[in-house]
Design a protein around this ligand. Structure first.
Ligand SMILES: [Cu+2]
Length: 632
């Protein structure tokens, strides 16, 4: 096998295990998870700066900080960034790093496809942001309604939108297929579906949503790109096109997208609450099935974004009812989380604070969401700041708080160090107060009629003081991020050593060293229970309280199980995914500027990347990693 690798010639696999080139070529799910995390956090800072500019403009009536077009560009890019370049990839960073560890696997099912997903995500992000230097960024809102975006937006901005989102969709579809395969096929022996951690379940549901939702918006985006680049008439009313086609396609993607953003955070919270209340998750199967139910129901509510379009009373009533209905499984989750905390022996560490914060803020956002399921009240709220308040409670109060809970929870696993608790708590309370200061007044402003996506408001409306409060709140949120960054950097260098299982946790990732070795598990674990690690550590005492099992006693039930000794095959690094991925933006830039040589170059990169990928040798080169001598 080793000789095949050595004779690979041009297709020889790269060897570097450290340094810059090892990061470019890595196929290790943990390193790809880290790449996703840092890249998405970088975009988080950019999207945050865009938000601060928006808030500066709105701080006072008749603001003069931005022009109307700059304002349009900034709210469009803020939305696109936070959804596609922050919340989705931050979730992806947790999927990547954690899923193989939580199911007892050595990597994902398709490691190079995983690398490809990351590089396509990065090139899509770079492509979208390159529009700022190539004649103006998208300015038609994140929802990009045609024909405004097809016929009436000159310049290249909306073409960057159509092609950039297409690339990000490719990354999402590839990683969805990867995680579905990984979760269904690579679970450790004994880990039945109903023994999987809830975070793994929510990743599975999210992946199915991605797999079915992204192709829908791909169709809409292809049509938009054709309308813009080659003057087709999909959305041209004068030529018989249909503008509502865009709205339907967009929201059939757009509503499941909301669950793509929130379900991973719900999964994180479902892991953290049991650990810090030292109780199993209350109603595990109810939480799992409500997640699956949300996944299905999410396809039947999209027209609640279109109540004011004029679909008629029957359609509006049907979608009002389905929208109210989808609050039920969400409520089931909230009751189960509360019941998990109930009478637990709670440790208020930073991850728990963020998890509880997520639940509380998400409840506010969920309830305001139910108010727009009522068609008459939606008519009043539509396109006002009330909606902006609602989705920031769901996406910031819900998703971002949940993701931060996950970062604090898993930081010790990834870095091997503990994060500073005091700074973590300061970050939590600071961010919670600043968040509410920023977004709560938007409810009032919205009900008073302040419209969304409008860059000025007159002084006689009496909206000035709420707006000023929101702007101050937004800068305070930015300040709380500095605490987080400082804590991250210092704890990573000087934090106390975490050990394998600092939280006395329940799931498999805490059974291996921190940070985990490249091959994750010396022996693939045999799973006997839900919360398997907990049951290896504790038995139930006479009063129902957990009693620690003496060290070594738990070894017994592993006797007779075979142990993998010797060579562990790990995926080798590869140059090809990154080459193929960067072919896409080269192709798209050239499409916009009609550079046929560039189009050919982009396609050449894509196809030679794929060719190399398929034909590079399977075996790792000789003298490589993964040889474990006599572990047992
Ligand atoms: Cu919706």
């Amino acid at each position: 096998m080793a000789t095949v690798a050595a004779e690979g010639g041009l297709l020889r696999r790269p060897l570097a295990k450290s340094g810059f080139s090892s990061w470019i070529t890595t196929a290790d799910h943990k390193r790809i998870g880290i790449l996703y995390g840092y890249t998405a956090f970088f975009f988080f800072l950019i999207g945050g700066c865009e938000a601060l500019l928006i808030r500066l403009q709105l701080a006072r009536p008749n603001g003069t900080v931005l022009t109307a077009n700059q304002y349009n560009t900034l709210f469009t890019m803020h939305g696109l960034t936070m959804i596609f370049l922050v919340v989705m990839p931050l979730s992806a960073s947790l999927f990547n790093y954690m899923i193989p560890l939580m199911i007892g696997a050595r990597d994902v099912a398709f490691p190079r496809l995983n690398a490809f997903s990351y590089w396509v995500f990065l090139s899509g992000g770079i492509f979208l942001y390159s529009s700022f230097v190539f004649g103006g960024a998208p300015n038609g809102g994140w929802f990009g309604y045609a024909p405004l975006t097809s016929l009436y937006s000159p310049g290249h901005g909306l073409t960057f939108y159509a092609l950039g989102l297409q690339m990000l969709g490719i990354a999402s579809i590839a990683s969805a297929a990867n995680f579905i395969t990984t979760i269904l096929n690579l679970r450790a022996p004994g880990m039945t579906l109903m023994r999987m951690p809830v975070f793994v379940w929510m990743t599975l549901v999210t992946s199915f949503l991605l797999l079915f939702a992204m192709p829908v918006i791909a169709v809409a985006l292809f049509q938009l790109a054709f309308d813009r680049l080659w003057h087709s008439n999909f959305y041209n009313i004068a030529a018989g096109g249909d503008p509502l086609l865009w709205q339907h396609l967009f929201w059939i993607f757009g509503h499941p997208e909301v669950y793509i953003l929130i379900l991973p955070a719900m999964g994180v919270v479902s892991e953290i609450l049991p650990v810090f209340s030292r109780k199993p998750l209350f109603g595990y199967s109810a939480v799992v099935f409500s997640g699956i139910f949300i996944g299905f129901m999410g396809w039947g509510v999209w027209a609640h974004h279109m109540f004011t379009v004029g679909l008629g009373p029957y359609a509006n009533s049907a979608f009002a009812v389905s929208t109210m209905f989808i609050a039920v499984p969400t409520g089931v989750k909230i009751f189960n989380w509360t019941a998990t905390l109930w009478r637990g022996s709670i440790r208020f560490r930073t991850p728990l604070l963020f998890a509880v914060g997520m639940v509380a803020m998400f409840v506010i956002g969920g309830l305001s969401g139910v108010t727009h399921s009522l068609v008459p009240s939606d008519y009043e709220q539509h396109d006002t700041y009330y909606i902006v308040a609602h989705f920031h409670y769901v996406l910031f109060g819900g998703a971002i708080f949940g993701l931060f809970a996950g970062f604090y929870y898993w930081f010790p696993k990834v870095t091997g160090k503990m994060m500073n608790e005091r700074l973590g708590k300061i970050h939590f309370w600071w961010m919670l107060i600043a968040f509410n200061l920023t977004f709560f007044p938007m409810h009032m402003l919205g009900l008073q009629g302040q419209p969304r996506r409008t860059y000025i408001y007159p002084s006689n409306m009496g909206w000035g003081s709420y707006n000023m409060t929101e702007t101050i709140g937004a800068f305070l949120i930015a300040g709380s991020m500095l605490v987080f960054i400082y804590n991250w950097v210092v704890s990573k260098r000087k934090g106390t050593i975490a050990g394998r299982d600092p939280w006395d946790a329940r799931t498999l990732e805490w059974s291996i060293p921190s940070p985990p070795p490249e091959h994750n598990f010396d022996d693939i674990p045999h799973v006997h229970n839900r919360d398997d690690l907990w049951h290896r550590k504790y038995a139930e005492g006479p009063s129902g309280k957990p009693v620690p099992i003496p060290v070594g006693a738990a070894e017994e039930h592993d006797a007779g199980e075979d142990h993998a000794v010797g060579h562990i095959h790990m995926p080798s690094p590869s140059y090809w995914p990154v080459l193929a991925a960067f072919g896409l933006p080269v192709f798209a830039w050239s499409l916009i500027f009609h550079l046929y040589v560039g189009d050919a170059l982009g396609l050449l990169m894509l196809f030679s990347g794929m060719y190399g990928w398929v034909f590079e040798p399977l075996a790792e080169p000789s003298g490589d990693h993964g040889v474990l001598e006599g572990a047992h």
